[in-house]
Ligand binder design. Structure first.
Ligand SMILES: C[S@@+](CC[C@H](N)C(=O)[O-])C[C@H]1O[C@@H](n2cnc3c(N)ncnc32)[C@H](O)[C@@H]1O
Length: 231
């Protein structure tokens, strides 16, 4: 594991207990954001899809996928054991459909092939060349016709837009009543952020071979985007 990833792991391990408490304030568009990610998975609800969640954390995204697709089998990868311990507890009612892997997804083989690979608020921790490499590895780990959906924090298209997005995020989190400690912890974790613009990431996805790349949702610094592996 690289030094950067071991620091990301420590940051999330240390804040695992507080992590879930502040989600709805720290992701002010929480409902629309996760709903758009799950709705992008255009499989029949009864389909027994094999899904992979990269940077699954406390299992929020995996939980939404498990509810939307009651026959789905979901593999969770995360580098932070304390976050995965919470995921295990959250997903206890559906644990027979869950596999939990503690690993750095930038280094470990992704396995598969999967029908769907999802990720929420995680890939923006990678440097841009590592994002591009991951997009290629995700492509290889999908079945033909499979889909990749990334619900992530993204950079503004210009430095001015980036500043406005950050200022608006702080204002909205406060308007939603975030505790100042939780806001400070989130701002502290942001020193590990390496967000890229939606436009750049759609281009990298297309370069990796994905078809029909698109952004399904955008609200300030939060976006849901992805593409399909051609059949
Ligand atoms: C902000 S949390 C998001 C968790 C969850 N997906 C959600 O939507 O709440 C980011 C997670 O990504 C994990 N992470 C970051 N980089 C990683 C890497 N290279 N390999 C595995 N996990 C990583 C962190 O440990 C953390 O649990």
């Amino acid at each position: 594991m690289s030094a950067a990833h071991s620091t990301v792991r420590s940051a999330f391990d240390l804040t695992a207990t507080e992590y879930d408490r502040a989600r709805r304030q720290l992701v002010p568009c929480f409902d629309g954001f996760y709903r758009a990610a799950v709705e992008a998975l255009d499989f029949p609800r009864e389909a027994a899809i094999d899904a992979l969640d990269l940077g699954a954390g406390t299992g929020l995204m995996a939980g939404f996928v498990a509810s939307a697709f009651p026959a789905a089998r979901i593999t969770l990868i995360d580098v932070a054991p304390a976050m995965l311990a919470r995921a295990q507890a959250r997903l206890a009612p559906v644990i027979d459909r869950i596999r939990i892997v503690e690993a750095d997804y930038a280094q470990t083989p992704l396995g598969g092939p999967f029908d769907a690979i999802v990720s929420a608020l995680s890939i923006h921790h990678l440097e841009d060349p590592d994002k591009r490499d991951l997009f290629r590895r995700i492509f290889d780990a999908l079945k033909p016709g499979g889909i990749f959906v990334n619900a992530d924090q993204v950079a503004g298209a210009t430095p001015a837009r980036e500043r406005r997005n950050k200022d608006e995020w702080v204002a909205r989190a406060r308007a939603l009543g975030v505790a100042e400690d939780d806001l400070a912890a989130a701002i502290d974790r942001m020193k590990f952020d390496r967000p890229a613009t939606v436009a750049a990431q759609l281009r990298w996805l297309a370069e990796a071979g994905f078809a029909n790349v698109d952004c399904a949702f955008k609200d300030g610094m939060f976006a849901v985007f992805g593409g399909y592996k051609p059949i």
